[in-house]
Design a protein around this ligand. Structure first.
Ligand SMILES: *[C@@H]1O[C@H](CO)[C@@H](O)[C@H](O)[C@H]1NC(C)=O
Ligand SMILES: *[C@@H]1O[C@H](CO)[C@@H](O)[C@H](O)[C@H]1NC(C)=O
Length: 836
């Protein structure tokens, strides 16, 4: 900021003149309020809802009934009867019904239940599965089809969540879409596979099983995936591709209520949101392009017990149904599907404008547009620079100080926003995003205050130009890094610049007349409205996500976003200050808002969590009643303990829980046990948010049976260990070779061991019903001198996510004591460690 301002000051601007007398002097307040509220405000996200009942092709009531039936059985973790039997049977029944009523039509329906077994790498670990469930429904013209579209949803859930939004509603919508398409009186051009997959919450195993093993998978050319990272609201296209611009073109032409932005895609693919979807599996293992749609609103209750069907608005269902039906129909009839490799080129820049139209153009076209815009801006600024310069000294210093303060403010905001966190009160207010109302007036206040004395026309110009230059810098940077999101700074440069140039004559003739300021606002409306909707998206997605991240303080993240947002929004409007008669009132107003909010936040007025049924924001905690047994080299039990292992999913840890449940305090905080695989706990327990409260041992009805079947030396000097494991549907295996030893090969994935942490290997295993015992082996290169600890530590953990084994008396007692505003997700687990 200051650097650029300096440069521009040296480049020089015309000597300051006294303020000309204007015909009309709009107040800054007017300008700002007009723009922020009237122009940019609500229309961005109200619009898409207006056209909802336009032309629904499918029976809405059907979808809601399906949704209620699917969720009525409760949570559906993989391996539970609810998931593998009840839901599968319900879906098969419905599909049979559709098959019967459409039998006389020109299209045929084929159903196949697949129970695949396999293993693959994910994010550094390995996941292995056995007999998970897939229901694949193939709809094609009676003459058969060569090329298939794939529509994917999943019906399994995480433990303890009814999973209405994630993802039963998508399966319900898909059933109705299947109904509509099967019921068409014209034959389809290509076929569609509707995949109802029953194991997504377990590292997307079912979709992997389908795409790598199902005979129909080879004919699949593209897919649509329906997911949720929130509950209800609009479904956002947040990923497409890779490449294959024809997919987004299809969405553009067909979707009735488009909602899409490449910004979402770039954020998601940089893994800033801790989630993953089947999209990745189809892309990486099937090499198939697709569209990923997700419900994003109200992420506070995603994966909690509050994810119930009554919280999903009928509007949301209708929207999703209309869109998916239209896009699928378009794709199934399209030319491109038959030979998609023909149409494979480059990334696409895409975004919707007010939910009305999708703008989509190839990334290389975008690059050209961006550079042209940047060059035009530089030419404009360059020309100005070479104007004879003798601007008043005072003004230059002022601008410099202004930008220095902005920088200071940004830096200051970070610890400042943490103040309620560490200082006055324990309220974090993350989940309420309270830093937003707090920081926005503060930022504006400082800006206004600093601008008080500067009321020269040229200084106003200079502010405009510096804003332009800053945005242009962002534009060049984004474009140079091949980010499609560069279209945002492009809009924020192109529109203001064009407006300014077009209005230059008007301004010269008549100054800031009413006409001028109205036209100026109109000129900036489009990029601002769009930018506002993106910012809304960022808050809608990030604020709840911070309740699931315990590594960095949420207020810091929000404060940063808020500060930058305010600055970005103000950029092209700050210079209006030179038109204002007085900013006293505005300053006083903003100052008051800030002070009042600061006081309120500091006295802990805003508690971050609530159980209010109309908008719950629960604190997420996970509690496992666990028993840990460590075996020595000779197989004897070395140590044995049990307890409630408590994890906080957000940054506040147990600070709000301790006053209510005094046993959960810092005396029982545990640290990583470095000599045990995965710190000695049955999950990724390596961070600092662990509490372990002693409790009696657990005795699940189906205990883990872990058996070393054989230990052989191979001719290459390695030792091959073969195991057999029987146990519940969810188990994890951790391998930690001791110093000097290393794994040379194993049964999993492609056979090459892959480290998960610095020294550890992690295998995530899930099985459906009637799965045989889990057999696997690995080969280890023993160390030159074997220590007293042996070559390797092997730990197996089991997780009882459902049924009788999920609960214990102690767990139930503990759950009862948790406050209403917390959502403790609980289950029983075990951890057995062996040394060899
Ligand atoms: C579509 O389904 C309805 C029943 O849901 C049925 O009455 C109608 O005849 C079907 N139309 C076709 C073309 O199969
Ligand atoms: C802290 O927790 C321990 C163990 O749960 C308990 O014995 C102790 O009384 C607790 N401390 C307070 C101050 O409540």
């Amino acid at each position: 900021g200051p650097g650029l301002a300096w440069l521009k000051v040296f480049c020089g601007y015309e000597k300051s003149k006294p303020l000309p007398s204007f015909h009309f002097t709009p107040n800054l307040t007017c300008s700002y309020v007009l723009h922020m509220l009237v122009l940019m405000g609500p229309c961005t996200w109200i619009w898409p809802y207006l056209s909802i009942f336009a032309d629904s092709l499918y029976a809405l009531s059907g979808t809601r009934k399906h949704l209620e039936r699917i969720t009525s059985v409760g949570p559906r973790p993989v391996g539970s009867r609810e998931n593998e039997v009840l839901t599968v049977n319900f879906l098969l029944e419905q599909i049979e019904h559709i098959k019967t009523i459409s039998a006389s039509g020109p299209n045929s329906v084929t159903v196949d239940v697949q129970r695949p077994t396999g293993s693959y790498k994910f994010l550094g670990g390995i996941t292995s599965y056995c007999k998970v469930s897939n229901i694949a429904v193939r709809l094609e013209p009676k003459a058969g089809a060569q090329h298939l579209m794939l529509a994917n949803c999943h019906f399994d859930t995480v433990a303890n969540s009814p999973g209405a939004s994630d993802d039963a509603v998508s399966c319900a919508v898909m059933l109705e879409v299947l109904h509509s398409l099967a019921n068409l009186s014209t034959p389809l051009r290509h076929g569609v596979v509707f995949l109802f997959n029953g194991a997504e919450e377990t590292m997307q195993q079912a979709s992997h099983g389908f795409i790598t093993q199902h005979p129909w998978a080879k004919q699949v050319r593209a897919f649509i995936n329906l997911e949720a990272v929130g509950v209800g609201g609009k479904e956002l296209v947040f990923q497409t591709g890779p490449e294959n611009p024809w997919l987004i073109q299809a969405y553009k032409h067909a979707a009735k209520h488009p909602f899409a932005s490449v910004v979402g895609q770039e954020i998601f693919q940089r893994r800033l949101i801790p989630s993953d979807t089947d999209f990745r599996i189809y892309r990486d293992f099937g090499n198939i392009p697709g569209i990923d749609l997700a419900f994003i609103e109200n992420g506070f209750i995603y994966h909690t017990k509050y994810d119930t069907p009554d919280r999903i608005l009928t509007d949301s269902i209708q929207r999703a149904g209309d869109n998916i039906l239209a896009v699928l129909k378009h794709l199934v009839m399209s030319e491109e599907l038959a030979d998609s490799s023909e149409y494979r080129h480059g990334n696409t820049v895409f975004f919707d404008l007010l939910g009305m139209v999708v703008v989509a153009y190839p990334a290389h076209v975008g690059t050209i547009i961006n550079y042209i815009t940047a060059i035009a801006t530089f030419l404009y600024l360059f020309k100005k620079c070479f104007h004879p310069s003798n601007m008043g000294k005072g003004s230059q210093e002022h601008i410099l100080i202004f930008y220095l303060f902005i920088c200071l403010l940004v830096i200051m905001c970070l610890p400042f926003s943490d103040l309620p966190l560490y200082g006055f009160s324990p309220a974090v207010n993350v989940t309420q995003g309270s830093s937003m109302p707090l920081l926005t007036p503060l930022t504006l206040c400082v800006c206004l205050f600093l601008l008080q004395g500067v009321r020269h026309l040229e200084v106003g110009e200079l502010y405009f130009d510096v804003s332009l230059l800053l945005w242009c810098g962002a534009l060049v940077y984004f474009t140079a890094h091949s980010l499609c999101s560069a279209y945002v700074p492009m809009l924020m440069v192109a529109f203001p610049l064009a407006t300014k140039l077009l209005l230059a004559r008007e301004f010269k003739l008549r100054g800031a007349s009413v006409k001028y300021s109205v036209l100026y606002q109109l000129g900036l409306a489009l990029p601002y409205v769009h930018f506002m909707s993106l910012i809304w998206l960022v808050f809608e997605i990030f604020t709840p996500t911070l309740g699931r991240i315990n590594t960095y303080p949420p207020d810091v993240v929000l404060a940063t976003i808020v500060t930058f947002t305010t600055l970005f929004f103000s950029s092209f409007f700050l210079h209006f200050i030179y038109l204002a008669r007085s900013t006293k009132w505005l300053l006083a107003g903003l100052g008051t808002v800030f002070t009042v909010l600061l006081l309120l936040v500091s006295c802990g007025m805003f508690f971050p969590y609530t159980a209010d049924p109309s908008g719950p924001r629960p604190k997420r905690v996970s509690i496992q009643h666990t028993t840990r047994i460590v075996h020595g080299l000779d197989g004897q039990v070395e140590s044995r303990d049990s307890g409630l292992w408590i994890n906080s999913c957000d940054y506040t840890g147990m600070q709000h829980i301790t006053p209510i449940i005094p046993e959960i305090n810092d005396t029982i905080k545990t640290n990583c046990q470095e000599d045990r695989p995965f710190c000695g706990f049955p999950w990724f327990g390596s961070d600092k948010n662990n509490w372990y409260l002693p409790a009696p041992e657990v005795f699940p009805k189906s205990p883990v049976e872990f058996q070393l079947l054989s230990k052989e030396e191979t001719k290459w000097g390695t030792v091959r260990l073969t195991f057999e494991v029987k146990g519940p549907s969810h188990m994890s295996l951790y391998l930690m070779p001791h110093r000097g030893a290393s794994l040379s090969s194993w049964w999993f994935g492609d056979g090459t061991p892959q480290l998960y942490l610095a020294r550890e290997y992690f295998i995530f295993y899930t099985h459906g019903l009637d799965a045989p015992a889990w057999n696997f082996w690995f080969q280890i290169q023993p160390p030159n001198e074997e220590g007293p600890e042996g070559m390797i530590s092997v730990a197996i953990s089991s997780h009882y996510y459902f049924g009788e084994d999920q609960r214990t008396v102690q767990l139930d007692d503990m759950l009862q004591r948790f406050p209403k505003w917390a959502f403790p997700s609980s289950w029983v687990s075990t951890y057995h460690m062996y040394r060899y």
